[in-house]
Design a protein around this ligand. Structure first.
Ligand code: PLP
Length: 410
């Protein structure tokens, strides 16, 4: 009797222990804000354009594989060769024994590509942002961050314990006001995405460079969605505007146009040397597997040389954006392969995404907190390896259910 009472109490405690999670989950469910991890069963072919998800074949308009390199035979061959030479894992942090010679080659080539003194590779873009910001600023400092910056920037600021001032999106006047108001802070850091990940528009870098000089602030930019996509040799927005020497830290990722994984920064020697000593994600997380670095090295060669691929991406993105705008979609202000179809309501956005999936298109719904409340959207991304026929078909599918969208689908 006693033992069954104890067992009952234990079961009750277990149930009760997670009741708050279930309650919160149900609250999120009512607001159409829960998220599910879907299993991609297969990528069909080497263009990365088609995937099979839970038995359905879908045109992938939701990846960041802008140049279509993630399934490129050259990247795969480089990775396999590196596995033969170096094995599958890095076995330790970069500061212990995890930094194989491929890293040195990659960092030298990155610094040369970006025309900066030095580069530092991190295990991911998230770690680069979080690790750089939390090392460069701390208590008594102030970070000025665009309201639409990526979550990894926000998390880096929170970890740093510096004061966090969010300026209105792409509003240099508001930034100047905040800089003036907090000019007494010990150190000031301005940070921005160069291409905004959910909107596809670009930062007003010349204004930010001017404010950097006026207020003696540091300026850090996140080129995650610009690397490989903008600039003559895919360097990013800073190069495209000739401002790459006016910026303290240029951050980027290999997880998008490079078709691989990892993050990096390019900066002056002093900055890189300091970060290698102070950045916690770099110190306390295992280095990327050598095979990843090998595929990134191959991707870098392609990114730098294959201007045709970049031009094709730009032409296709421009075409799709214009076609969708001509159909009456609200496509945002950008000029990049990220095309947001702003819908607003969470539930409506989910329904539209599901309907597109039924029609054979993977176009994922993006909802808060990834985007501000009331701006839920379908975020379309174009790849250089999409064919014109695929994009035409997709545009027609999107249009064919637009009327349903206006009136509410389902
Ligand atoms: C603007 C931006 N910065 C940083 C990251 C993080 O990069 P990674 O996926 O390499 O961790 C992302 C990716 O989602 C991003 O969109």
């Amino acid at each position: 009797m006693k033992s069954s009472c104890v067992r009952f109490r234990k079961v009750f405690e277990m149930l009760d222990r997670y009741a708050w999670l279930d309650e919160d989950y149900e609250r999120l469910e009512k607001q159409a804000l829960t998220r599910q991890i879907r299993s991609v069963d297969a990528v069909l072919g080497d263009r990365g354009a088609w995937i099979r998800v839970e038995g359905k074949t879908l045109l992938n308009l939701s990846s960041n594989n802008y140049l279509g390199l993630a399934h490129d035979a050259r990247l795969k061959a480089a990775a396999m060769e590196a596995i033969e030479l170096w094995g599958t894992g890095a076995t330790a942090s970069r500061l212990v024994t995890g930094s194989c010679a491929l890293y040195t080659e990659l960092e030298q080539r990155l610094a040369a590509w970006k025309e900066r003194e030095a580069a530092l590779v991190f295990a991911s873009g998230y770690q680069a942002n979080a690790g750089v910001i939390s090392a460069l600023v701390g208590r008594g400092d102030a970070v000025f961050s665009d309201r639409l910056n990526h979550a990894s920037i926000v998390d880096g600021i929170v970890q740093s314990r510096a004061e966090h001032y969010r300026y209105r999106h792409n509003d240099p006047e508001h930034l100047a006001y905040l800089l003036e108001k907090h000019k007494g802070a010990r150190r000031k850091l301005i940070v921005t995405d160069t291409v905004f990940s959910m909107d596809g528009d670009t930062a007003l870098l010349p204004d930010l460079v001017g404010l950097r000089a006026r207020y003696g602030a540091l300026l850090m930019v996140d080129e995650a969605h610009a690397g490989g996509v903008l600039g003559e040799r895919g360097e990013g927005l800073c190069h495209a505007l000739g401002l790459h020497r006016e910026i303290d830290v240029i951050m980027g990722t290999f997880s998008k146009a490079f078709g691989a994984y990892g993050g990096y920064i390019c900066a002056d020697h002093s900055v890189v040397r300091y970060l290698a000593t102070k950045s916690r994600p770099l110190i306390y997380s295992t280095a990327l597997p050598p095979a990843v670095i090998a595929s990134v090295l191959t991707a870098l060669t392609i990114v730098m040389k294959d201007a045709e691929r970049r031009k094709s991406l730009q032409a296709k993105a421009k075409w799709l954006r214009e076609r969708l705008a001509s159909y009456g979609f609200s496509v945002g202000e950008g000029d990049t392969p990220i095309i947001p179809l702003i819908i607003g309501d969470n539930e409506k956005t989910l329904r539209y995404s599901r309907k597109l999936e039924e029609m054979g298109i993977a176009a994922v719904a993006i909802r808060p907190p990834t985007v501000p409340a009331g701006t839920s959207r379908i975020r379309l991304t174009v790849m250089a390896t999409h064919t014109w026929a695929e994009l035409e078909w997709a545009a027609d599918q999107l249009q064919s259910i637009r009327a349903d969208l206006e009136g509410g689908i389902g």
